[in-house]
Design a protein around this ligand. Structure first.
Ligand code: PLP
Length: 371
């Protein structure tokens, strides 16, 4: 790994080779199904400008984003060839942008179907779209009654070429949850009421539920970026994100001194405290105060006291003094502190840790095909 830039306070290293390797692993796990990539929300916070081309170079030909704006941005990044689909679907205000950038919308209800058939009529074109049928998530997607309407009134889809029928699993990371089987059966039933089209059900964790959930396309997001799709088992994914913060200052304290806001950390014996240059404004959750940990050299060092806006403090008493000094780097996500561990210590999921990664980090991309 190249040396960390001296001029930076906190460095977020994104390993694009690991990202590409994760996509290949998921593609291999998915048999003959096409493995798409979900790159919504700036590729889960790691940077879509770098991530999407790395995935395309690995062989990914279909990308999902959430909004029309994300679609336009991604089209600019990837050029005309890859398929780009937008989960949120067309609204009156966004249909023209979707069309202009060749984004295929996911149609989530009869209203969105009406918007897209209207766009097809005005453009005098047959327009591609995906249909999202709701199988129990009750968030987006055609409810069963609306699927029945489409079954009996297929002319509602005039002007639309349905390139994919999809649904989304609510509990895929819990393999024993009966909701998975319920949703699978509901999906088979609902897609059977529609004209035949390629189908897609599985997100990251869904891929690991087995071949019956793969259909013609799988749609992983989180696992690409290193989140464990099988939380009850060891993480099969490679680490993509490594966050390191620089030690600004080290001090010796003794009982009865305290550290930080609220005097939340009380020294019961002589302690060495290192102050590191990142905080909750950078997306390092305040809920990690007193719960999170860093890795300094090979030594695990716990957070001491609350996380501040731009700073956090760690108890480095157990680390060798030659390492616990200003200018040394402490790993806070990755590098011995697994992303999913950070998430559970923060009381959240890896997805939220990733999408909160802040704009102040110096971002270093390694392993890219152009790097
Ligand atoms: C975000 C999303 C995905 C990807 O889910 P992961 O759990 O990140 O793999 C797939 N499908 C839909 C509809 C989504 O919104």
């Amino acid at each position: 790994m190249p040396p960390l830039p001296d001029s930076a306070s906190a460095v977020l290293t994104v390993d694009l080779a690991a990202l590409a390797g994760n996509w290949r692993l998921l593609a291999a796990r998915s048999g003959s199904a096409e493995c798409a990539a979900v790159v919504k929300s700036d590729a889960y916070g790691i940077g879509v400008t770098q991530a999407a081309p790395a995935l395309a170079a690995a062989g990914c030909g279909t990308f999902f984003i959430a909004t029309a704006e994300e679609g336009a941005e991604l089209r600019g990044i990837l050029g005309p060839v890859p398929n780009i689909l937008a989960f949120n679907g067309p609204m009156e205000g966004t249909a023209a942008d979707l069309l202009a950038h060749s984004i295929v919308p996911v149609l989530n209800d009869l209203g969105q179907i009406g918007v897209w058939t209207g766009a097809a009529r005005s453009a005098g074109l047959r327009l591609a779209a995906a249909l999202h049928v709701d199988t129990g998530m009750n968030r987006l997607g055609l409810p069963p009654e609306e699927v029945a309407v489409l079954g009996s009134e297929p002319e509602r889809l005039d002007g639309i070429e349905v390139v994919l029928v999809m649904s989304h699993l609510a509990c895929a990371e819990q393999p024993d949850n009966p909701k998975n089987e319920d949703q699978l059966l509901s999906f088979l039933r609902l897609k059977g009421a529609l004209a035949a089209a390629p189908a897609s059900l599985a997100n990251s964790s869904g891929i690991f539920l087995g071949a019956q959930t793969h259909f013609e396309m799988v749609r992983p997001g989180a696992a690409l970026y290193g989140v464990n799709p099988t939380p009850l088992k060891a993480n099969p994914m490679a680490e993509v994100v490594h966050l390191q913060g620089k030690i600004l200052q080290v001090r010796q304290i003794d009982s009865p001194q305290s550290v930080g806001y609220g005097a939340a950390f009380l020294a019961d014996s002589p302690r060495r405290i290192a102050t590191v240059a990142l905080g909750y404004a950078d997306g390092y959750f305040r809920s990690l105060g007193g719960r999170g940990a860093g890795m300094l050299g090979g030594t695990r060092v716990p957070l001491a006291g609350r996380v501040s806006m731009d700073l956090l403090t760690l108890d480095v008493t157990d680390a060798p003094p030659e390492q616990a000094k200003p200018g040394s780097w402490i790993s806070l996500i990755g590098g011995g502190i697994p992303l999913d561990e950070v998430a559970s210590a923060a009381g959240t999921i890896g997805y939220e840790i990733l999408t909160a990664l802040g704009p102040r980090y110096r971002r270093v991309y390694t392993g890219g095909h152009t790097a």
